[in-house]
Write a protein that binds this ligand. Structure first.
Ligand SMILES: Nc1ncnc2c1ncn2[C@@H]1O[C@H](COP(=O)(O)OP(=O)(O)OP(=O)(O)O)[C@@H](O)[C@H]1O
Length: 242
């Protein structure tokens, strides 16, 4: 569970980017973050995923106050989470299976990584995660040959195999064909429902937010101005956000 209270951030010139953002998110929620360009979506995701610092506010993750972590602690926690951007975090020179296996070992000690045995069991285990995102038949394909949407789904499998209980996604649909966009959103929705993973996803497509998410946050001027269960937004709600 994530709880944030009064998260605020200013740039050096004093411009307010996040303004007392507060919320509570339960396990398994799929949150779509919508808002105009420059409203603060990326900054919010970067702060929540501990990639950027904020000035004020409290951040609680599973009953642990993570507001003041040192860089090493923040790095360790980041390894437990998934982060998707418009550029999938995959190694194009390796196949999909190897990418997923690498993610499983990434957080282990150097010694374990060097001497790891990729047993048959490990392969079967990794295949389970590729199956979750519908890529069993692409397991041995070099990732460079996969489509943008398939790469993004390898990224989701990578997050799942390391046990990520939270996935932050910043515009993961950018540049994808409509069919691939739907598939990525379906996979994200499935991991929320099936695995109780929490997904917080900045997205510019209102239609996808309405159709796939469980909750919608509208951001304007660095504030959450709309926080509702996902459904078709009324014109008034759109006017509040955009
Ligand atoms: N390093 C920076 N210094 C000063 N201002 C910045 C910096 N980075 C971002 N901003 C400003 O902060 C505001 C929020 O930016 P942010 O990228 O979070 O918005 P966004 O909602 O993700 O926009 P977009 O949808 O266009 O990606 C914008 O006005 C942006 O110009």
């Amino acid at each position: 569970m994530l709880t944030v209270r009064n998260l605020s951030k200013k740039w050096k010139d004093g411009t307010e980017i996040l303004n007392k953002v507060s919320f509570q998110v339960d396990d398994g929620e799929f949150i779509a973050v919508i808002g105009a360009s420059g409203s603060g979506k990326t900054t919010l995701l970067n702060c929540l995923s501990l990639r950027e610092k904020w000035d004020q506010g409290q951040y609680i993750y599973n009953s642990r106050d993570i507001s003041g972590l040192n860089p090493f602690q923040a790095y360790s926690l980041r390894q437990e989470w998934g982060f998707l951007t418009e550029n999938p975090d995959v190694n194009p020179s390796k196949n999909a299976l190897k990418n997923v296996l690498d993610s499983r070992y990434q957080h282990m000690s150097l010694v374990r990584r060097v001497f790891r045995k990729e047993s048959q069991d490990e392969h079967v285990y990794a295949m389970d995660f590729l199956e979750k995102v519908g890529l069993l038949d692409k397991a041995r394909e070099p990732v460079s040959k996969l489509s943008g949407g398939e790469k993004q789904r390898v990224g989701i499998a990578k997050a799942l195999i390391k046990g990520a209980k939270v996935i932050f996604a910043d515009e993961p649909l950018k540049g994808l064909q409509p069919e691939a966009q739907n598939r990525v959103m379906e996979d994200l929705r499935n991991v929320c429902k099936r695995d109780q993973v929490t997904v917080i996803c900045a997205i510019s497509s209102l239609e996808h937010a309405e159709r796939y998410a469980s909750r919608i946050w509208g951001i304007s001027g660095g504030k959450i101005v709309l926080d509702i269960a996902a459904r078709k937004l009324t014109q008034r709600e759109k006017d509040i956000v955009f």
